[in-house]
Design a binder for this molecule. Structure first.
Ligand code: PHE
Length: 477
């Protein structure tokens, strides 16, 4: 798959479109927390042991703070294990090298005016991640299908924009925020559920634009474009560039910058003039500002010729030894690749099926051994039932895989996918039965699964003239 927009700019209209049309499914189809972490761990799955406490920017975080056997939690161990790694803070790592090169650009051109943050905790509130940057209540990015929820009010940030408001309130007017961001997503060579972004933010005061004779918004937009064109030249040399209008909830107008690189237009970043409402709420009523967000992996893959996003996470010396501090653009020399092993799996899908949920199951079981999950057949019979066939490609970066271990993995994937599907079916059938009994909407609030017993805890929301009110949870076995 070509580098898609999804990884760097989830919030733009174009990427929403992409998400929706990727396999013809609406990402609103399942906003229910079908957490894989709530499922029993299969003794056959060989997950690496998970460190149980880590320290993030001076704060101690225990596994139980992030991975919980709770219906509102959909964070698997594989994600928790990435939390403290902070690849962007390693000076010899391509992501650290790229971050430092961008820092150099801002330090040189803005005489060290930009404050830099690269250790802000990735566990943030729903308010920080969405509300503070005006993401609408029904936006696709808020769904359990797209975002990792620690609980109903806490998420793993899905973009570095989550820190805009707090930094503004603390009085910062020029800042760069770099950090790991988390998104439930499909699996291929350019998509990984954890990646890194850098956010840039600059506030102007009235005297800055008044002198120019321009209105504040045009002034900020022009300054933003100049700044980012300079950055692109700093990173890529003299390349052709173009600006594309787009939409983000937090900026207006909004743009994407594309550069022409190796005979292709490549989207480099999303940006725009900050919505006045964000400034107003955070003590900057009379100002204007610009913001940008760029995905470090997508740039580093191009600049260092890195063919697979999983390599960024590799401890293999044949990868790590190829890069040195301060050396942007060293071309990666691929080492011999071990053969892939393909396994197909077909199943009838229900209305609640999403590719992200399947990918989460596969990743939970096979970890970084899974290279790609791709839909290879999509068939609808006369009764309107649809079956999908997915090809899972397994490949290790470090060793040859044996048939036996791949068969075991594939078996576990099938079992867990089937268990998840029965849960969803059960939930939907209960829901429709209850809806027949009383004309009240029902939301699945919880589910648990143990051995042969499936328990669903449901919350019935009564709609009255005064609005919705919740009844106690009911347990169904
Ligand atoms: N936060 C946006 C994303 O992740 C990128 C962005 C940042 C766009 C700042 C505009 C301004 O998709």
């Amino acid at each position: 798959m070509a580098l898609s927009l999804v990884h760097s700019t989830l919030f733009s209209k174009t990427s929403q479109l992409l998400l929706h049309t990727k396999i013809g499914f609406s990402h609103f189809s399942s906003s229910i927390p079908f957490s894989t972490s709530a499922l029993p761990s299969n003794p056959k799955t060989w997950r690496r042991p998970v460190i149980s406490v880590l320290e993030l920017g001076g704060v101690k975080i225990a596994r139980d703070d992030v991975v919980r056997d709770d219906p509102t939690n959909n964070v698997p161990d594989t994600i928790f294990s990435k939390l403290g790694l902070q690849l962007h803070r390693r000076d010899q790592h391509p992501l650290g090298i790229l971050k430092n090169t961008i820092y150099d650009y801002f330090d040189t051109n803005y005489s060290n005016k930009f404050d830099k943050f690269d250790e802000l905790c990735p566990i943030v509130s729903v308010k920080q991640n969405f509300d503070d940057v005006l993401v609408p209540a029904d936006h696709v990015s808020r769904s359990y299908n797209d975002t990792y929820y620690v609980d109903s009010q806490t998420v793993l940030r899905c973009h570095t924009s989550a820190h805009q408001a707090e930094l503004l309130r603390k009085g910062h007017t020029h800042f760069l925020v770099t950090g790991d961001v988390y998104r439930r997503d499909s699996i291929d060579s350019t998509h990984y559920p954890v990646f890194h972004q850098m956010e840039g933010f600059r506030v102007f005061s009235p005297d800055e634009w008044e002198a120019s004779g321009m209105d504040g918004t045009s002034f900020a937009a022009e300054d933003l474009k100049k700044c980012l064109e300079g950055l692109a030249t700093h990173l890529f040399g003299a390349v052709e560039m173009r600006w594309v209008d787009t939409y983000f909830p937090f900026t207006n107008p909004s743009f994407e910058l594309e550069i022409y690189f190796k005979e292709k237009w490549l989207e480099v970043l999303g940006c725009g003039v900050t919505e006045q409402e964000i400034l107003k709420r955070n003590g900057k009523l009379n100002n204007v500002a610009w913001a940008f967000g760029l995905g470090l992996e997508r740039l580093a893959m191009v600049l260092f010729d890195i063919p697979d996003i999983r390599l960024f996470w590799s401890d293999d010396e044949r990868f790590t030894s190829q890069f040195s501090k301060g050396q942007l653009g060293t071309k990666f020399k691929p080492f011999s690749r071990y053969p892939p092993c393909y396994k197909d799996m077909s199943f009838w899908i229900s209305e609640s099926f999403t590719e992200n949920n399947l990918c989460e199951v596969v990743r939970g079981i096979a970890g970084d051994l899974v290279e790609e999950v791709s839909l290879i057949d999509n068939f609808t019979n006369k009764k309107g039932m649809t079956s999908h066939c997915y090809r899972i490609s397994y490949r290790s970066m470090e060793r040859s895989l044996t048939d036996e271990e791949i068969n075991d993995l594939q078996m576990s994937v099938r079992e867990q996918h089937a268990a998840n599907s029965s849960l969803r079916r059960l939930y939907y059938s209960m829901r429709s039965k209850l809806l027949l009994q009383e004309s009240t909407p029902l939301t699945l609030d919880a589910y648990g699964y143990s051995a042969a017993i499936i328990t669903c805890r449901c919350k019935i929301t009564k709609l009255s003239d005064d609005g919705p009110s919740s009844s106690d949870s009911c347990i169904f076995v």
